[in-house]
Write a protein that binds this ligand. Structure first.
Ligand code: RIB
Length: 296
């Protein structure tokens, strides 16, 4: 199995506090942590933890955070051969406030904005040779559209995690094999239709909506199916969606049918929120197997 992630690479600057400051307010925090992150990077690491070959395609600055990000990928056994390094932008940053087990995030994309069509052209041989391609929306939308066309042309399944959400061009929706918003993102990406059940029925086995501790919903072609979440102590939900997407891609490539693949990914995402940091809690295959009763 060969999985390719085209997406963002950030350094997460996490302020841990009991109380999220309101506008114009200053509060004293409890801790400050610097973690590798970025939705693309996180998804690549979640795939690697499950033991698959994964290529990260993205861009970092020629700076300290860029070097740290590449080192982290190497430690996690993510292939970094084709990551672009640039002098014209700094590595992406995510400014995260973690309060009451939930986060608010501001992303400064920096070098992620250099994941452009020229770059995609330079790595098309990796994309076209993959069993599935994952992407998100922390790289330019034009690039996502271009990438979706390349995947369609080469018949490579295209998994789009539409986060952070914006209204999606219909062509991207049509070119995607799977689209995985959460419950607030689904209302933004399909701005003309607010009824989630109708959307699920319009896009069976394609639109997969994550609902946090309420599980995941999709339509199997006949009915809407709800896959419940596992109950775990919540420490940090940052990266749970990324773990879900990486694990879903892994399970689909493993040949699981869509319901089993969602169940598998949902367990992995549940396990990921038991440790602080987007990548720290991402489970290995063995750890998911301890909670997983389905076939592998
Ligand atoms: O999905 C979590 C990620 O979103 C963080 O790691 C942060 O970098 C932002 O991209």
């Amino acid at each position: 199995m060969k999985i390719c992630v085209v997406g963002s690479i950030n350094m997460d600057l996490v302020a841990v506090t009991d109380y999220r400051p309101a506008q114009g307010e200053t509060v004293l925090g409890k801790d400050f942590i610097v973690n590798p992150g970025g939705k693309g990077a996180n998804q690549a690491v979640s795939v690697a933890r499950l033991g698959a070959e994964v290529f990260m395609l993205g861009c970092v600055g020629n700076d300290h955070y860029g070097i740290n990000s590449i080192e982290n990928f190497n430690n996690e056994k993510v292939n970094t051969e084709y990551i672009k390094r640039t002098d014209t932008n700094n590595t992406g940053i995510a400014h995260i406030v973690l309060a009451n087990n939930d986060n608010s995030i501001i992303v400064i994309p920096g070098a992620n904005n250099e994941v452009n069509e020229d770059y995609i052209d330079s790595v098309t041989h990796i994309i076209s040779d993959s069993d599935i391609v994952l992407t998100q929306l922390e790289i330019p939308m034009d690039t996502v559209l271009y990438l979706s066309r390349i995947c369609k042309k080469h018949n490579v399944p295209f998994l789009l995690n539409p986060a952070p959400a914006v209204c999606l061009p219909q062509e991207i929706i049509d070119n995607s094999t799977y689209i995985t918003p959460n419950e607030s993102e689904v209302k933004i990406i399909f701005q003309n239709e607010k009824n989630t059940d109708k959307l699920l029925r319009d896009y069976p086995n394609k639109l997969i909506v994550t609902l946090g501790d309420k599980g995941v919903v999709f339509c199997d072609g006949e009915k809407i199916v709800n896959i419940p979440s596992i109950k775990v102590p919540v420490v940090d939900t940052t990266g749970a969606g990324d773990t879900f997407n990486g694990s879903l891609a892994w399970a689909i490539c493993k040949g699981m049918e869509i319901k089993s693949a969602i169940e598998f990914a949902n367990i992995a995402a549940g396990l990921s929120i038991t440790k602080i940091g987007a990548q720290k809690g991402m489970p290995t295959l063995k750890e998911v197997q301890e909670k997983w009763n389905g076939p592998l």
